[in-house]
Design a binder for this molecule. Structure first.
Ligand code: SF4
Length: 254
């Protein structure tokens, strides 16, 4: 049976921009580092909880069992303007588009459709990047782009103008610092061009030449072996510490 290519979301494009080889490992070879698995599982758990809470399907007994972070973050979200945005509510709404050999897609964690299209994406990361970085980040730009490109079913099959769409990135660990972006025609054109430029390059398998990126990567042993002299002496301590923390890595499984 021929395996279909995976749906590429924001994380896939971010991985490719970091390193083409990393993209290959994750999305072509489909190797998943165990630690990464746990992070993704945590994100999914959070989204499932918030979905149930939004539908009012969490009972008091379950609420008492919720992770403190989830319960607290949800209470803070309920006080925000995003939670009060009136309109039809969609949760975990998928949008996909076939572009050449690739399927590109996003899962809209929460979308309210009223006078505007208001997207909320949950972010359970440990850090909240600066606004200048977030403004261009794939997790912000890809959902906005796909709503405009392929979201017309959300608008009675009429096109959606970029000026009608906005996105909030809600950081569960920093609920007092959400990131907001209102979309525009200029941004849409730039994002479509960026996506069209990225897709043909995905097969190039270009290895990162930045030792600092490799030193932090879970696949560093697969790429550089156990003695990464070429990465420089300054990184060897980090390398060994990382090995001690992560135990056997995917790169050692052959
Ligand atoms: S170790 Fe470096 S070259 Fe290898 S996948 Fe990771 S970032 Fe890319």
């Amino acid at each position: 049976m021929v395996e279909r290519p995976p749906v590429l979301g924001a994380a896939a494009f971010a991985a490719f921009e970091r390193c083409g080889r990393l993209f290959d490992y994750l999305y072509i070879d489909r190797l998943l580092p165990a630690v990464e698995d746990e992070r993704i599982a945590g994100q999914r758990r959070y989204r499932r909880y918030t979905e149930l809470m939004a539908k009012g399907r969490i009972k008091e007994r379950q609420r008492a069992c919720l992770e403190a972070e989830v319960a607290r973050g949800w209470e803070q979200f309920l006080q925000s303007p995003e939670a009060k945005f009136a309109g039809r509510l969609y949760l975990e709404y998928p949008l996909h588009v076939q572009m050449g050999e690739w399927r590109v897609g996003v899962q809209l964690h929460r979308l309210a459709v009223g006078t505007r299209f208001a997207i909320v994406q949950w972010d359970t990361g440990l850090e909240r990047p600066p606004d200048a970085e977030l403004k261009a980040a794939w997790p912000v730009r890809l959902p906005l782009l796909l709503v405009c490109l392929v979201g017309s079913q959300l608008n009675d099959n009429r096109p959606i103008a970029p000026e009608q769409v906005q996105l909030t990135l809600w950081f569960t660990r920093y609920p007092e610092q959400p990131f907001h972006l209102r979309y525009s025609q200029t941004q849409l054109i730039a994002d479509r061009q960026r996506l069209e430029r990225a897709l043909p390059q995905l097969r190039t398998s270009r290895m990162s030449d930045d030792p600092a990126i490799c030193a932090e990567c879970f696949f560093r042993i697969r790429c550089h072996g156990l003695h990464p002299e070429r990465l420089g002496p300054g990184l060897s301590g980090w390398w060994e510490d990382g090995d001690a923390r992560s135990g056997e890595e995917p790169g050692t499984a052959d």
